[in-house]
Design a protein around this ligand. Structure first.
Ligand code: GLN
Length: 548
């Protein structure tokens, strides 16, 4: 196997930025012209994050092949500019699920099924799959979720311990991310939590090769030496991951530390310089905006930015594309009624209604959209946001007063958004993952689907092409029974599926910029390639601001 594996574990506490660190290392190796893939192993028992509450777990990131994955995969795609799949994320739940299915099938021939070797073998298979095939990458970075010491994480750690003996020393590298707090009162950095964390790792047989220390500022040299000595790593194998102003600065900061250089030497990777100019330029543009706009995000999960991670990033990318800073104003949709809309949305240059599930806050979203339409403020609706835009248009422009989505009102005579069961029966490529709760029935449309773009529309202007592929995660669809009625009143269908059966993008003609899409464009936006819809939405906001 030509692929070499880098394992990234975390200690002391969670939220140290392990995902960003792994993604940043990946970006640096890629900039050295080394092919890289990256995988996340999540210790929780859920089979995938698809059913998890975004409040608790953050956004569910959807891949082209329709896997519902951890939000770290979003960082990986953005930093590495690659497209990942179901092969890049698994959980304890999924691993156990596979093992139990095999046991039921009799694959283990009556043997006793145990954590070691059966669970660990299943984990190793999942990891090693990245190295299979002709286009296997030079390096696979494997991030183990959670913190060393967690009960759930043990089988994963045991698996990577074994992989090192299976694959040989030169082919594996262990990087451990810890926290080195700075105690202001004592005026000192503290290394003890790092020592304890490494001790914990050692007790399960893993000796880290590199220690990456999350710290508020760069640590002095003698402290690095101390950590190296106590944790038994090379003196030049202790690096700082300092707090950066913009997350895209992290690869540059790692580069300054010589982190990728050390990794390349230890793994005997070809000695090349990282070509970081394009990345530097992007970071420079982030740091030097020529203006700013304010975008209102009208949603339910306004308290938790993690729930809208990719969206947040895509808006920032759209800002960079226009050389402006994007200020976000999270507005709780439950508070927006017809009267408060003007106050709550006063002064914003654009209004965005993101995806979501459930009725709570929907009427507020409809009110916000009405405000955007009537006051000619740039509007971008994503998934549920697009569905709400159709509801708003049907109610207030086409006069279908009780227009609604089947998700929220099963008895409405005007279900402009509905469950398109016949379509799912024939076409869907995903088997139902949520049957348990299902009066919702049918399936979710997940992953990338093609979309034809109609000429002379905002969508065509943005994409500059007549066919795109965008990622979906929803159950309900635009109801074609209302296609003509709404078109007569001015709703434009600027994106539809190649067979015309599904409306994917709607927009308004005589409005500065009003567009709703059934898919989630934010999943495909990258800092080096801002998504065209976000780019144009922000451009419209810039123009709006100039008018005020
Ligand atoms: N709840 C809507 C649906 O299932 C929208 C989903 C979403 O915004 N991702 O169709």
């Amino acid at each position: 196997m030509k692929t070499k594996f880098i394992f990234v574990t975390g200690g002391v506490l969670s939220s140290l930025g392990k995902g960003l660190a792994a993604a940043s290392l990946g970006a640096l190796l890629k900039a050295r012209n080394i092919s890289v893939t990256i995988q996340k192993l999540d210790p929780y028992i859920n089979v995938d994050p698809g059913t998890m509450n975004p409040f608790q777990h953050g956004e569910v990131f959807v891949t082209d092949d329709g896997a519902e994955t951890d939000l770290d995969l979003g960082h990986y795609e953005r930093y590495l500019n690659i497209s990942l799949s179901h092969k890049n994320n698994t959980t304890s739940g999924a691993i156990y699920n596979n093992v139990i299915a095999k046991e039921r099938r009799g694959d283990y021939l009556g043997g006793t099924v145990q954590v070691i070797p059966h669970i660990t073998d299943e984990i190793k298979r999942f990891v090693l799959a990245l190295g299979e095939g002709e286009d296997a990458p030079d390096v696979a970075i494997i991030e183990i979720g959670g913190t060393v010491g967690d009960i759930e994480g043990l089988p994963f750690l045991e698996a990577i311990r074994q992989l090192r003996s299976d694959l040989g020393r030169d082919n594996c590298l262990n990087i451990h991310l810890t926290l080195v707090p700075y105690l202001r009162a004592a005026g000192e950095f503290k290394t003890k939590p790092t020592q304890h964390s490494v001790k914990e790792l050692l007790s399960i047989g893993i000796q880290p090769d590199i220690i990456l220390c999350r710290c508020e500022q760069v640590m002095p040299e003698d402290l690095r030496k101390k950590i190296a000595l106590f944790c038994n790593v090379d003196p030049d194998a202790v690096f700082c991951s300092i707090d950066v102003g913009n997350i895209y600065e992290l690869p540059l900061s790692f580069f300054e530390e010589g982190f990728d250089q050390k990794v390349a030497i230890m793994m005997r990777l070809p000695a090349r310089n990282a070509h970081l100019e394009p990345w530097r330029e992007m970071v420079y543009n982030f740091a030097h905006p020529k203006g700013e706009v304010t975008i209102a995000i009208v949603g339910k999960y306004v308290d938790l930015k993690e729930a809208y991670k990719s969206l947040h990033e895509a808006l920032m990318h759209g800002g960079v594309a226009n050389r402006v800073a994007v200020n976000l104003r999270y507005v709780n949709s439950e508070q927006i009624d017809e009267k408060s809309a003007a106050t709550l949305l006063a002064g914003v240059d654009g209004i965005l209604v993101p995806g979501g599930f459930g009725y709570r806050g929907v009427e507020g979203k409809v009110n916000a959209i009405r405000y955007a339409r009537e006051n000619r403020i740039p509007f971008f609706g994503i998934c549920l946001g697009m569905q709400c835009a159709v509801i708003e248009f049907a109610r207030h422009v086409a006069g279908l007063e009780d227009a609604n989505s089947e998700e929220f009102d099963k008895n409405s005579a005007n279900k402009v958004i509905y469950l398109m069961t016949e379509w799912y029966d024939v076409h869907t490529k995903n088997v139902e993952r949520r049957n348990e709760t299902s009066d919702k029935g049918g399936t979710m449309r997940l992953g990338a689907y093609p979309c034809k773009i109609a000429p002379d529309t905002r969508a065509a202007e943005a994409y500059g092409t007549d066919l795109v592929h965008e990622r979906h995660r929803h159950r309900y669809e635009f109801n074609n029974a209302f296609k003509d009625v709404l078109a007569e009143k001015g709703l434009v269908y600027s994106g539809v599926s190649p067979d015309d059966s599904l409306v994917e993008i709607v927009e308004l003609k005589d409005h500065p910029w009003f567009l709703g899409c059934q898919f989630h464009p934010e999943f495909k936006s990258r800092p080096m390639q801002p998504h065209p819809l976000f780019r144009d939405f922000i451009r419209a906001a810039v123009e709006q601001k100039a008018k005020n």
